[in-house]
Design a protein around this ligand. Structure first.
Ligand code: ZN
Length: 364
């Protein structure tokens, strides 16, 4: 079975109000889930609108990332109050937690992303982390969200950093899927790869303008937001598991194992992962264009204030056995790194990362 998209999608200005009658058809007692203090005002507006519309709402917040400790607590709140849906309002971790919880309780989930930082509002996947934010595993859910609400008025208030992060995460779709799946004969997979190429081009063309002006009247911003929050999810839906992740996300998952006070965002780590993947392609797969591609990406990443090395993520790989730890996690049995069309050893990872972290890359 393939889970391609949410059942209903509301997008653009006023999407939240337009979605209310549809939410009402499937829920009377939602558990509204959130987390960040910065988004308090928006969540308050959502609570008020739901109350005015006679919903019996229950409210709870994540204390950490999407982790089992939080999920168990939220599950008992939902059960105790007989909640009949989860409305997840926030970034990727909140959306993942809401989806997981709803899936576990077999009730519908409504996702309301408050930034364009990931496509978590769309997908039938949840990433599970430890209480400290270390990646544990991703879990395939029984369905995509029932309703996805992408309201520009909410998204435009998100910190710019979340948009950069979303752009890096969405760019990874092309760099990962074209490498792992270009030999796959399945027509849908091929179409998904081509959508990811068009998405990459749009992000390269419009990314900077979107970052400069987060405004509904800026068409570049609208296109980029929807590319990151919607199209990136669609690519995973059409392409299936063959079109999801490879080395860039394998590096992400490994880098989260090193605890840092800096707390980089998902896409910020994935962006560095794309650069490392291209370095692997250059040395292990004789990709002669890899270095040129790195330079092209660096131009955009610098303009978007994205980190371009593991050091810029707040981690020194040359201390505390960090390099070894990243190499071991990247090459563990279940890692996405093994989807690459060439063999990779822990030593390859160590060599690639240490050379990458030592080099000074100039853009001009
Ligand atoms: Zn991602």
């Amino acid at each position: 079975m393939q889970l391609i998209s949410p059942e209903k999608i509301f997008r653009g200005t006023g999407a939240w109000f337009k979605s209310l009658p549809e939410i009402k058809k499937i829920s009377k007692r939602p558990l509204v889930l959130g987390r960040s203090l910065i988004t308090n005002n928006i969540r308050q507006q959502i609570y008020n609108d739901l109350l005015e519309d006679n919903f019996e709402i229950h409210i709870s917040n994540l204390n950490f990332d999407c982790c089992y400790e939080d999920l168990e607590r939220l599950e008992s709140i939902a059960l105790k109050n007989n909640c009949d849906s989860i409305i997840a309002v926030g970034g990727g971790k909140v959306l993942d937690a809401g989806k997981f919880l709803a899936d576990f309780l077999s009730i519908p989930v409504i996702t309301i992303p408050l930034s364009a930082s990931t496509c978590a509002g769309w997908t039938a996947l949840s990433n599970i982390y430890s209480i400290d934010g270390q990646f544990i595993k991703d879990i395939e859910l029984k369905s995509c969200p029932k309703i996805l609400v992408l309201d520009y008025e909410f998204i435009k208030t998100a910190p710019k950093r979340t948009l950069s992060s979303g752009i890096a995460d969405a760019l990874a779709k092309w760099y990962e899927s074209s490498l792992t799946s270009s030999e796959v004969q399945d027509g849908l997979v091929q179409q998904a790869i081509q959508i990811s190429r068009v998405l990459r081009d749009q992000l390269l063309i419009y990314g900077e303008s979107a970052y400069q002006s987060q405004a509904v009247k800026n068409l570049s911003w609208c296109n980029v937001v929807e590319g990151c929050a919607l199209t990136a999810g669609l690519i995973g839906g059409i392409g299936g598991e063959k079109c999801r992740t490879a080395a860039a996300h394998a590096f992400h998952n490994a880098i989260t194992q090193i605890l840092t006070t800096h707390k980089p965002l998902h896409g910020e780590i994935v962006g560095v992962g794309i650069l490392l993947q291209l370095k692997l392609e250059e040395t292990k797969n004789d990709n002669k264009l890899a270095n040129q591609t790195i330079k092209q990406l660096l131009v955009l990443m610098k303009k978007l204030n994205l980190p371009t090395s593991i050091a810029e993520l707040g981690i020194n790989v040359f201390e505390n056995d960090n390099l070894q730890k990243i190499a071991e996690f990247t090459c563990r049995n279940k890692s996405e790194i093994h989807f690459l069309p060439f063999k990779i050893s822990q030593q390859d990872i160590i060599d690639t990362i240490s050379n990458f972290e030592k080099q000074e890359i100039t853009i001009s």
